[in-house]
Write a protein of this length. Structure first.
Length: 229
């Protein structure tokens, strides 16, 4: 074979391979954009179609959010259900700030979605901030109670050792503070700055909670001393 023709043939094959690769990349990019646009528009049919064509339900968007969490952020509930129904969905996939879908649903007060995620074995006791922290922070007692029923660790510590009880006190959620204490939360725990739940309440001007914590502490002391009287 003529050397020039053989060399030209090799170059043509390389060009075709390069063009095919570029085309595939373009198709993937288009599918990525279509996927997250469908999530934003709560277009479950489009999402299902893309998933059936090979889109990964755990794809992460440019902001570091997995598709399931993005659906929650967009209040795209039809898409959320479509994603959750996939056998290969990872309900514990975290975003760029270590939040999982259960935490986001708890913070938004969506008891219905929390239940669905728990049915899919969402991680109640992940390391660091947890769904219980988030539920306590917004004072949602229904979700707090459900998480505790699912064996959420009541004194879970964030990276700086903040507990759900501290978050409830910080937000002024006196009913949540009482619920957590009644369920056995430890009011003596200190965070990285040496602050207890009482310090949190005082720092954030939660006078009613401060008074309640002090009254509870006095009752606890009296109960312990009673056998000695």
């Amino acid at each position: 074979m003529n050397h020039a023709l053989w060399h030209h043939g090799r170059m043509s094959v390389r060009v075709l391979i390069l063009l095919a690769a570029l085309w595939c990349t373009s198709v993937r990019a288009g599918a990525f954009e279509d996927f997250f646009l469908a999530i934003k528009n709560d277009n479950a049919a489009a999402v299902k179609s893309l998933l059936d064509r090979g889109m990964d339900p755990n794809t992460i968007d440019p902001d570091g959010e997995p598709a399931l969490i993005r659906g929650l952020r967009e209040n795209a509930l039809a898409v959320f259900d479509a994603l959750l129904a996939r056998p290969d969905i990872d309900v514990n996939r975290q975003n760029s700030v270590a939040e999982n879908a259960l935490m986001v649903a708890a913070f938004r007060g969506r008891l219905d979605l929390v239940r669905k995620l728990l049915d899919r074995e969402a991680d109640v006791n992940k390391t660091g901030w947890t769904a219980l922290h988030y539920a306590a922070a917004v004072g949602n007692n229904d979700i707090v109670a459900l998480l505790l029923d699912k064996s959420a660790y009541i004194d879970a510590e964030s990276p700086n050792h903040t507990t759900p009880l501290m978050m409830a006190a910080r937000g002024g959620h006196i009913r949540t503070v009482k619920l957590l204490l009644d369920e056995g939360a430890d009011s003596s725990v200190k965070n990285e700055q040496g602050m207890t739940v009482l310090d949190f309440a005082e720092q954030h001007g939660q006078t009613e909670i401060v008074e309640g914590l002090k009254a509870r502490a006095r009752r606890d002391v009296e109960r312990r001393l009673k056998p000695w009287k």
